[in-house]
Design a protein around this ligand. Structure first.
Ligand code: ZN
Length: 392
């Protein structure tokens, strides 16, 4: 399978650097970006070519806080096909925030290991709407030993979730967090007020003792920690700062301001923390990019990086950048029809959701014109060459 996008106006790399205006063409082959550059190149062997009509290309968004459980179903909102719908929100890859919403979830060491392994296996080859899903995050519970992490790592589980679990105090999980990290796990910790019955509030001092890799919903999920605690986490640790749509917006903006002042913006991640009580939100990540760019006056390229390149770097996965050799998860976005901006990045900085005009995952065109976003301002973003009976 070989696909291309031509007539690209603006290319956003996902690394937070200013966008490029001279890269007109991207070629994707067998799921990987194989070429970026001039469109003065032979495209006759491509199966699909999309004309971007001068619109903007960005990496597919990575939502690092999604509550998957099993299949494309969320028990929390009793909704099916939500992941496929998230692809229509530009989210081409998700990272589980642990399968904590499994009804009657197990709490013993054998049970939490089995749950994580089951989710890792089930989502390994399941691609709803073309999405890549990193499932299987072991919920840290008392009684887990170092050997458990050795066994899980051997089986391909590499994510762990702290801040739940039957510890008398959240920080009592610190020793188990060390075991997990020693064996290559990325540990995300619940942060702020309690979210659901059975979870506990997690403060800055808890985080300072546990030192997870990622402060999950640093702006609250949904309840934010205190302002002074937020400052402490930003200034006294190197923990990644995951801002979520389903949290406290004031705390989110404050996180960005403090991180920028401390020259720590590279630690900021944008995620949705859905489906939760807030609902299922296909546009959750895009909405946060837009709201935070507009309200904190941060360039759109940098906010997009927080939901793409930053996530790849912090989680140690090769996704999130438009670079040769990287996974071909790519969006064509445009200013929405009828808005005050002419270009997608200006629309974002103005507070308007962009149109997603085309979405590729794994190098395959999944749709033209998202059913979840407004239509694009440009009328001629279209497939100009297609040699397939079926796209998928
Ligand atoms: Zn969550």
């Amino acid at each position: 399978m070989k696909s291309a996008i031509v007539n690209i106006g603006v290319l956003v790399g996902g690394d937070g650097l200013p966008s490029a205006r001279d890269m007109k063409c991207i070629i994707m082959e067998n799921g990987i970006i194989s070429y970026i550059g001039s469109q003065d190149i032979d495209l006759s062997s491509c199966n699909v070519v999309v004309d971007a009509d001068g619109a903007t290309v960005i990496p597919g968004l990575i939502d690092s806080h999604v509550h998957i459980v099993l299949g494309d179903y969320t028990p929390r909102q009793k909704t099916v096909d939500f992941l496929e719908s998230y692809v229509h929100g530009g989210i081409t890859r998700t990272i589980t925030a642990s399968e904590v919403h499994a009804p009657g979830r197990p709490k013993d060491p054998a049970g939490v290991k089995a749950l994580a392994l089951m989710a890792q296996r089930c989502f390994q080859h399941f691609r709803p709407g073309g999405m890549t899903i990193h499932g299987g995050s072991v919920i840290l519970e008392p009684g887990l030993t170092e050997k458990d992490f050795v066994e899980l790592a051997e089986q391909g589980v590499w994510l762990a979730k702290a801040g739940f679990g039957a510890f008398p105090k959240p920080r009592d999980a610190a020793e188990i967090v060390r075991y997990a990290q020693k064996h290559g796990f990325k540990v995300m910790c619940h942060t702020g007020g309690a979210s659901i019955p059975g979870s506990s509030p997690v403060t800055a001092d808890d985080l300072l003792e546990m030192l997870p890799d990622i402060s999950g919903h640093v702006n609250g999920g949904p309840t934010a920690m205190t302002d002074s605690d937020l400052e402490k986490v930003i200034h006294e640790t190197a923990i990644a700062l995951q801002i979520v749509q389903a949290g406290n917006l004031r705390a989110a903006i404050r996180t960005i301001q403090l991180a920028k002042e401390a020259q720590q913006f590279q630690r900021v991640l944008i995620a949705s923390d859905t489906p939760t009580g807030t609902g299922m939100m296909p546009l959750g990540v895009m909405k946060s990019i837009v709201e935070l760019s507009a309200l904190s006056k941060t360039p759109a390229e940098q906010m997009i990086a927080a939901a793409t390149g930053h996530v790849g770097r912090i989680y140690g996965i090769d996704a999130g950048l438009i670079r040769v050799g990287r996974p071909a998860d790519v969006l064509v976005i445009d200013a929405p029809l009828g808005g005050s901006a002419a270009e997608a990045l200006d629309a974002i900085e103005n507070g308007d959701l962009p149109a997603i005009a085309a979405c590729f995952t794994n190098g395959i065109l999944r749709y033209m014109n998202s059913r979840n976003t407004p239509p694009p301002r440009r009328e001629n973003i279209k497939v100009i060459h297609e040699r397939l009976k079926m796209w998928i």
